[in-house]
Design a binder for this molecule. Sequence first.
Ligand code: 13P
Length: 656
Amino acid sequence: MNTLTIDSLELKGKKVLVRCDFNVPLDENLKIRDDKRIVDALPTIKKIIYDGGKLILMSHFGRPKGKVVPEMSLKPVADRLSELLGKKVILAPDCIGDEVKDLVSKMNDGDVVLLENLRFHEEEEAGNEEFAAKLAELGEIYISDAFGVCHRAHASVSIIAKYFDKVASGYLLKNEIEYIGGAMKNPQRPLAAILAGNKISGKIDVIMKLIDISDKIFIGGGIANTMLLAKGIEVGKSLVEADKVDIAREILKKAEIKGTKILLPLDMLCGKEFKNETELKYFDTDKQEKDWIAMGIGEKTVLNYKEELADCKTLIWNGPMSVFEFENFAKETFEIAEIIADYTQNNGLISIIGGGDTAAAVKIAGLDDKYSHVSTGGGAAMEYMEGKKLPGIACLSTKGFDPNRRFLIAGNWKMNKTPRESIKFAKDLEKVMINDDNVEIMVAPVFNSIYPVYSELKKTHIDIGSQDVFWENSGAYTGEVSVKMLKLSGVKYCIIGHSERRQYFGETDETVNKKIKAVLKEGLVPVICVGEMLEQREKGIEKQIVKDQIEGAFAGIELNDYLNVVIAYEPVWAIGTGKTATPEQAQEMHAFIRSILKDIYGNEFSQATRILYGGSLNVQNAKDLLSRPDIDGGLIGGASLKKDDFSKIVEIAKEI
Ligand code: 13P
């Protein structure tokens, strides 16, 4: 599945509407304090000007909440852009309306107009379709380059794309996807992550995800206090999140299970009071005295981290190592920033700086151009790292650009294989499975084999699924397994509502819905099965049956959650019977499922959803089925139990 970027479009003479994120910080005199977001958008902007396009830029600015707030005008941005381009950038009086249309109609090739703050209209944040359509009228091509807001389903970010035949990502967005997406999906190893900053809250999902994929994790900042406390180490008067100590324990436990090395500070720089002008002292972490406050990592820790970072090939850095806003406590954060800059420049380290605070710290250190990539996104970067689909990226998929709609080839082992056989099979798979960016692989063993199989495969690209799950987290539910338990056993995907469970174990659309919600709440991916029985197909009601199942499954599920689900169409009459739906039958039903999803969540999002086919999928029919436009992988029973067949199907998917 290819990605469409600005390079593939003919821009000459075209009105090119570009969504940027020019939400830059201003000082009290309304002067721009940091123009990184403007500077990083320049490659896209210059390309359009040089190619002779008519460039119409749009952005939000601050939080005016749907009202015109003069201090939140984009005027300072228009002025700065004019300076940087050496060319007049005209600021439009609004972002929609006749006056703006008129202004745009008079543009010459190479002209630049910046629309006024999109958020002066409340419809922007509400994701209003009419507003999006009005914006869309201004351009012939839509370019998305606003990574910083791609996690929002706002009108100009994601809704707008459907009004264009031609959409693409700009260079800024492409870079973000390549660096962050690349590090998360296919990193050069060892992969390290620095997790620091004030708080664990808000970062739990990222931390859990990074534990999954990293080889080493370095802890610093305020997070370190809570982590140390979780290990039973006293931290004096330091800032801790008492209600997050249990989570910190879970994090440490998960890292141990995963075999991810966690590095905690050896010493801390402490202050008597939480302010810049105060008495300072270094303490070894196990010897910190009661009335001191830890404000960052110490010197021994810097040396230790320097040594441990030396062999790393990729690094994701999120969160400052100390309270760097206080000059007297900034030294260690800057030292780490220097070490990483040095390794990037001289050691071939791929360094990715994510999150607003960290980007600010490296900027103050004067090192921001010394890293491989400094993300322009705060929240967006975090959600992207968590592996979530971002509406602003997913919406580009209708036009063939979607880095997320990759094939998923999933093996449902059903009630087959003992733990010993499962481990052996996992070892065999590890040897034969190709690693390709276009194909994700999952195996779903029997419950009691999940953890052993996971232990075997945890550092490979093969993910683990469960064949079912229960919606409660704990309690008197004999025989059931919760999402949390599965998560701690290494599960990423939960198959829900398999026809065999519907048929033999009383699974209903209602229980399916409860399970999906429980799975999404824990950040795992539900694989939701739907499909009709033979007699239903013979009666010609198969579409109605599947429609009811889909609507039941998604009742009360919000768009942002929906983006993370996978669907599997499994006609019951084709399962384990050797009878496969013909590629035409399967494609017809997949397209129908997508149309139902479109009615619920809108076209661009339904296009981003993966719909797998299941039911006697095998080496012989795989190519024909997987080549169909709406079939995004397979949920495979019988053929997934043979390593050569399963790997062959993965191979076939890779070639498509
Ligand atoms: P078969 O591939 O054995 O028909 O099984 C399909 C299935 O039920 C996968 O979940």
